[in-house]
Ligand binder design. Structure first.
Ligand code: 5GP
Length: 196
């Protein structure tokens, strides 16, 4: 599997205009318990707000049906991931639900320097690491409408094993506890309203 490389949703013109304004990009961190609707919300943000770049993380988790290497994630072997850790190529990384996940540093720093706003979809451990380094980062925690809905959403994901679902459910309390560390909390009852 190849390692991450720079990709952009912005035209070079847009990036140049932002750079000309002399402003660095803003880092937006979005976290949520698994099944809260974070990924759907982040996809909508990127398609409906122009000029936001969604960072693509690396992970050692296997891809789910429909996921593509280099689009949802860079799906890496453990050895490749740990080589990247050793070379200090991640801005942050964490062990989440039994797999490794990390934010590739190079592409993200380039975007920030170019004045492009960056959206990071990462877990609470990663968010706390980033907030220490980027004190101006804006962090948003997404809450599910209820525990029942969260359970139902996770159980309806045929791609995840029973063990994987239980592992994710066991973490919910700890994750929600960390919501107090975030700049904003959004209860995702309604996608359109949450997006707004
Ligand atoms: P999933 O396997 O469901 O795609 O993601 C599992 C968890 O890992 C989610 O909470 C997701 O936000 C988090 N995650 C994804 N990428 C990263 C990353 O680069 N760093 C960290 N710390 N967490 C990540």
């Amino acid at each position: 599997m190849s390692s991450p490389s720079t990709t952009s949703h912005l035209s070079s013109n847009q990036a140049e205009r932002k750079q000309a304004l002399g402003r660095k990009g803003i880092l937006y961190i979005v976290s949520a318990p698994s099944g809260a609707g974070k990924t759907t919300l982040c996809k909508q943000i990127v398609t409906s707000i122009s000029g936001v770049w969604h960072s693509i993380s690396a992970t050692t988790r296997k891809s789910r049906p429909g996921e593509e290497h280099g689009r949802e994630y860079f799906f890496l072997e453990e050895q490749v991931f740990h080589d990247m850790v050793r070379r200090d190529e991640f801005l942050e990384y964490a062990h989440v639900y039994g797999h490794w996940y990390g934010t590739p540093q190079g592409p993200l720093m380039d975007k920030i320097e170019q004045g492009v706003d960056v959206l990071l979809e990462i877990d609470v451990q990663g968010a706390l690491q980033i907030k220490k380094r980027f004190v101006d980062a804006v962090s948003i925690f997404i809450l599910p409408p209820s525990m029942d809905i969260l359970r139902a959403r996770l159980r309806s994901r045929a791609s995840d094993s029973q063990e994987e679902i239980l592992r994710r459910l066991r973490k919910v309390k700890d994750e929600v506890w960390c919501a107090r560390e975030y700049s904003y909390i959004v209860q995702n009852d309604d996608l359109t309203q949450s997006l707004r």
